[in-house]
Design a protein around this ligand. Structure first.
Ligand SMILES: [Zn+2]
Ligand SMILES: [Zn+2]
Length: 344
């Protein structure tokens, strides 16, 4: 099969390698139809993220068709159309048993990072995984849109499950690249009143306005706090940082009024920010955070797509066959892109 094998940072090679076999209990081989490129993949390939082993195959936002099932597989058969959750969980540890499958003590990940057990991902024609990571793909969802299930699940988990957004809330999303747009689309579907997109890129802000933001704010051109409080004089009910840079977290802290919920969602690096203890006390600052997805979030995301509440297809800006993955990575490096899909 054709696979994009990462031999070292900045050394991604298209190679013919053997198709993996479903030999162990619960194994399933999926023929990959679509796999999204995540910033995590980009950072691994370019060496921005250092916790990568070689050789490895990246790519963790995948959908496809079951090609082979191993012993003990009872819920899927060859030919089934499936969505792959990149994080495998055991179902038995204390975290799994309360539904926090993203804390699983025996987890593995396909083509990403987090757990110690990192397996090959889906920038390849076939992927070896376990039955527990698969969800049936509804026929009404395209493979490309279905590849965006995992990030949508993350957005649902952050905005709804952890931050408990409610109908009529005034919401600010800082950072409206693909994950921020998904947070925004979830907030829209959940009945956000004013929905303010904040981003330093006018391209991203244009996308946000097209997909339902009521207002767009560019902090490089205006005083973001002042502008947000012109739009929402009472201050936001919820602020979600889906950007990454520490400046975005600091802006979120500045945007709080009494009772604002704020969600540290996008940053994964370890810069520090300051909180005034007394102010946080008197603001009754309610801080949330969210990373990864759970089995509950995956199922909610599939339902959102299936019923048309969120159309993940709308955030796809580019598609490339696997043999053009290098061209796709060049587009990733440019400012004018949204979700990019690889079709092996
Ligand atoms: Zn991802
Ligand atoms: Zn577990």
């Amino acid at each position: 099969m054709l696979a994009a094998v990462l031999h070292d940072f900045n050394d991604l090679r298209l190679e013919q390698i053997p198709i993996p076999r479903a030999e162990d209990f619960g194994d399933v081989v999926v023929r990959i139809e679509s796999c999204g490129i995540c910033a995590t993949d980009y950072k691994a390939i370019k060496g921005i993220r250092r916790n990568v082993t070689f050789p490895s195959i990246q790519g963790h936002e995948a959908s496809g068709v079951v090609a082979e099932v191993g012993p003990g597989v009872s819920h899927f058969k060859v030919g089934d159309e499936v969505i792959v959750q990149p994080l495998g969980h055991c179902g038995f540890c204390k975290h799994c048993r309360v539904g926090n499958t993203h804390y699983c003590e025996n987890a593995f990940v396909l083509g990403g990072d987090g757990p110690e057990d990192v397996r090959n991902g889906a920038f390849a024609e076939y992927l070896l995984t376990e039955e527990s990571t698969l969800y049936p793909k509804p026929a009404s969802i395209s493979f490309d849109a279905a590849a965006v299930t995992e990030p949508l699940a993350g957005a649902w988990k952050g905005v709804i499950h952890h931050s408990r957004m409610q109908i009529g809330d005034d919401v600010v999303i800082i950072g409206v690249g693909s994950i921020g747009l998904l947070c925004m689309m979830v907030a829209k579907a959940a009945g956000a009143a004013r929905l303010v997109a904040v981003d330093t890129s006018d391209y991203a802000l244009r996308n946000a306005l097209e997909l339902g933001a009521t207002h767009a704010v560019n902090p490089t051109k205006e005083d973001a706090r002042k502008r947000v409080y012109e739009i929402i004089p009472d201050g936001p009910d919820l602020v979600v940082e889906a950007a990454g840079p520490i400046e975005a977290v600091k802006l979120m802290v500045d945007l709080r009024r009494r009772g604002t919920r704020w969600n540290v969602f996008g940053i994964t690096t370890h810069e520090k920010f300051e909180l005034d203890g007394g102010l946080t006390h008197f603001l009754e600052g309610r801080q949330d955070a969210s990373f990864g997805t759970t089995t509950l979030a995956m199922q909610k995301a599939i339902r959102l797509m299936e019923t048309g509440l969120v159309d993940t297809g709308k955030i796809i800006s580019h598609r490339f066959p696997l043999d053009q993955i290098r061209e796709a990575l060049e587009v990733m490096a440019s400012p004018e892109h949204n979700k990019i899909i690889i079709n092996p």
